[in-house]
Ligand binder design. Sequence first.
Ligand SMILES: C[S@@+](CC[C@H](N)C(=O)[O-])C[C@H]1O[C@@H](n2cnc3c(N)ncnc32)[C@H](O)[C@@H]1O
Length: 280
Amino acid sequence: MIGAAQDWLEARVPFDDAARQQSLPLLDRAAQALLAADPTGRTPLTVVDLGAGTGKSAAWFRRHLSPRLPGRSINWLLVDAHEPSLEIATQHLTDADTVVTPLSDLPAALDNHLPERPAPGTLLLTCSAVLDVLTQDDVEAILTTLTTHHGVGLFLLSITADWHLEPADPRDPELAQAFADHQRRDGKLGAEGGEAMLRTARERGIHTTHGNSAWQLNAPRDTEFTRRFLTERVAAAVEASPELEVEARDWLETRNRQAADHLNVTVDHCDVLVDARRDH
Ligand SMILES: C[S@@+](CC[C@H](N)C(=O)[O-])C[C@H]1O[C@@H](n2cnc3c(N)ncnc32)[C@H](O)[C@@H]1O
């Protein structure tokens, strides 16, 4: 997916923000790694939000990272393949630079923005809701950038294959599988995105940590968002498995009714911290 719908990115914000409360321990560890690498705090830090879209995730990282790195000068860089999204992002994050590039070209695309001989721990790569839409080549490019610059990577909210609906419906697993198939189209990692990042980093001998940051959608508070979320999931599932169309339509009608009063949905996400500083 290049360029997610702007109103969808906007609608997600409260749910992403709530889920990322669970990511704060990993954010703390990332900040500690950056502080430990330069106890004087004099070397400017570069934070690059990958797949930044309209800037919602970068705004969250900035809000939560700045107090953890007091007094530190931070250059913000937003990277995405979709230029119109980045134009919106810079209306809010006015001091951030942007780079329009596919992530598979990341090391070269950042050349002009990062020092040739970087001090370890002066680069943080972040992303949120992005690993699952990437390919293995993108993951390799991100890790190459991190190892070249001895940086730290914090990759949040990568969707996994697990979602739990309460009450359960016997058709849930089949539709979840069809959605997972849709997410893997065109060589994308889909639900394996977080796992692929962890595995590939470990294969390169890079230290990793991981966590979970599920969305919790509860009726009746979240009726509108839950309906939109399920409608888009079902559309994707049917695109991957057209034979499910009738069943999926019936399932969606039932779920939309339940979303008004008693449906609770948990959507699991994986968080990954990658520490590619030389010494840790
Ligand atoms: C779900 S959106 C997340 C946006 C933002 N991180 C947020 O949380 O609001 C995924 C973003 O990744 C970008 N993207 C997807 N694949 C990409 C790729 N291969 N290279 C660069 N950007 C990509 C899309 O254009 C989109 O803006």
